[in-house]
Design a protein around this ligand. Structure first.
Ligand code: ASP
Length: 573
């Protein structure tokens, strides 16, 4: 027996006069005393069933019992709807099925919410994700992800990339987040870390002669959950041997274009523009600037060096943002309060401080009639951050962001940064990024100026992923570790296997990883990656559906060599 001849959403006027069997969920049921109308739904759409007691008495008796989300099988004749009953909004709206046999395949308890209902709180939606998933939004999103990934895989395949599976349970990989740990029964008291990315394994694949590796890899990072972050997520992870930076960018652009084409959208033009990290920070105050609109930050550090206005004169950096409208005193106060929250000492409005400034200073500022200028004077990173956030905030408020897609690369990042907590130098992205060509020997006590061969991909201000040309020279790798304060012993204990591999014939190589959920969320126009994940966690870090994470019985823990400490303020799952 076959459960169905065709999908619910497939019925058209060409089927009129044929007999069909369909199966799906009761989306709605309207009981008109005699006739019962049921919209039967599956992932392709809905079709109207009409159950007429005069035509099919048994089916009519069954139909009276049906409630929303019962699973049904119906057999009958496809007929044209009466002209006044045609529904032009429904692809199947010209026809209906006059039912002869109706079977209830499965019943449903009363529902916590209706499929497709709006304004259901998220925890409830996730607790009953199987219901939520039946709705159009999740059906669309999960299928769109699939199609986009298939498009990416096609590009990878055409370009000779080999899908190699790498371990999830490994040593910690330094991607800048906390590790999730897995205890090991066979070695009580020891732990695997869940891979934050396949970074080192893909590099070892290059040393192993794979030449071109890729994987849609699951990664685990213990970070606070946000709109673009889940504990576990997938990356398009790739690595190429004997490549230049531009080769990696080309492949990634092709993958993005492949995904756009697969989902039937006009792809962004290639090559994607490139902007250096320094320029991005200076002009847009962000290393992932939204380049759909201008509103560039202007520099006033030089012109205000000898200013009479002490706030400007004494600050290491002075920059301003021009707003294309006059700003009232109260608006200024509101914006200044925000700027202070972001770390600024103040936000000076030109019209208020102009009396302290010279003619020369004033004439150097590019502020057209009817516009306002807002200044921040501070250390460079504070100025960049505050004006960058203000730029975004005001652009949204002024509604000047066009509905376009701008992909671009940010390149030439610093290789190291100062860790604010420890005051030590550490890597900017991960410690395997190669320094810019020609800068392999730096002052290990002050590497501030060393640039890395690192690049980020940004879509409309969302960072989609990062990559780099890697270090393939064992001495350079050791120099990076030393600069980060890792002594010989620690290098060997943490990364001995990498150093050994690099010392046994490592080809030049580089790669990239792009967050799949971030990417497909944008493709689907979803503001939050949870809408792209079948069974995501909520902000508290729990899964409302299964109730995980849970406590474990003492005997299970004992076997693993673990003892759980009582938690004072542990949040209920
Ligand atoms: N492993 C890096 C990450 O997960 C990406 C890369 O450098 O390829 O961000």
């Amino acid at each position: 027996m076959s459960w169905r001849d065709l999908y619910c959403g497939a019925l058209r006027s060409e089927h009129i006069g044929t007999r069909v069997t369909v199966a799906g969920w009761a989306d709605t049921r309207r009981d008109h005393g005699g006739l019962v109308f049921i919209d039967l739904r599956d992932h392709t759409g809905k079709v109207q069933l009409v159950v007429n007691p005069e035509r099919a008495a048994d089916a009519a008796a069954a139909a009276h019992e049906i409630r929303n989300e019962f699973v049904l099988q119906a057999e009958g004749e496809v007929v044209a709807r009466a002209p006044e009953a045609v529904n032009p909004n429904l692809p199947t709206g010209e026809v209906e099925i006059q039912v002869d046999t109706l079977r209830v395949l499965s019943r449903s308890t009363p529902l916590p919410f209706q499929v497709g209902e709006e304004n259901v709180d998220e925890t409830t939606r996730l607790k009953y994700r199987w219901l939520d998933m039946r709705g159009e939004r999740m059906q669309h999103n999960l299928r769109l992800s699939h199609v986009a990934i298939a498009g990416i895989r096609r590009v990878m395949d055409e370009r000779g990339f080999v899908d190699v599976w790498t371990p999830s349970m490994t040593r910690g990989t330094p991607e800048g987040a906390r590790d999730f740990l897995t205890p090991v029964r066979l070695q009580p008291g020891k732990f695997f870390a869940l891979a934050q990315s396949p970074q080192l394994f893909k590099q070892l694949c290059m040393v192993g002669g794979i030449d071109r590796y890729y994987q849609i890899a699951t990664c685990w990072r213990d970070e606070d959950l946000r709109a673009d972050r889940q504990f576990e997520f997938r990356q398009l992870d790739l690595e190429l041997a004997f490549c230049e930076q531009q080769d990696v960018l080309d492949v990634m652009e092709a993958a993005v274009v492949g995904a756009f084409e697969a989902v039937g959208r006009t792809p962004p033009p290639r090559p994607f523009p490139q902007i250096s990290f320094d320029e991005a920070m200076a002009r847009y105050g962000s290393d992932k600037p939204d380049l759909r609109f201008e509103m560039e930050i202007q520099d006033a550090t030089e012109v205000t060096r000898n200013s009479e206005f002490g706030v400007f004169k004494n600050a290491p950096c002075v920059r301003y943002l021009v707003i294309p409208k006059a700003i009232s005193r109260s608006e200024h106060q509101r914006l200044e309060a925000m700027a202070k929250e972001w770390g600024a000492k103040g936000l000076a409005m030109l019209s208020q401080v102009s009396k302290f400034l010279s003619e020369g200073e004033l004439s150097s500022f590019a502020v057209p009639e009817g516009s306002s200028a807002l200044f921040v004077a501070d250390d460079e990173p504070v100025v960049a951050k505050v004006l960058g956030l203000l730029r975004l905030h005001l652009a949204r408020e002024l509604d000047v962001i066009p509905e376009t897609d701008v992909f671009h690369w940010v390149v030439d990042f610093p290789l190291f940064k100062l860790d604010e907590d420890s005051g030590e130098w550490t890597f900017m992205h991960h410690p395997f990024t190669a320094p810019a060509p020609g800068s392999e020997s730096w002052d290990e006590s002050n590497p501030a100026d060393v640039r890395g061969q690192h690049y980020d991909l940004v879509w409309n201000g969302w960072e989609l992923g990062s990559g780099s040309i890697r270090i393939h020279d064992v001495e350079v790798q050791q120099r990076v570790f030393r600069t980060m304060g890792l002594g010989e012993e620690e290098q060997q204990s943490k990364f001995g296997f990498l150093l050994e591999a690099l010392a046994m014939g490592a080809p030049p190589h580089g790669g990239f990883a792009m967050g799949i959920e971030r990417f497909v969320a944008r493709l689907a126009g979803e503001p939050d990656i949870r809408q792209m994940v079948a069974f995501p966690k909520i902000a508290s870090g729990s899964d409302p559906l299964t109730g995980a994470p849970t406590e474990m019985p003492d005997d299970v823990l004992r076997e693993l060599g673990i003892k759980a400490l009582p938690q004072e303020n542990s949040s209920p799952g």
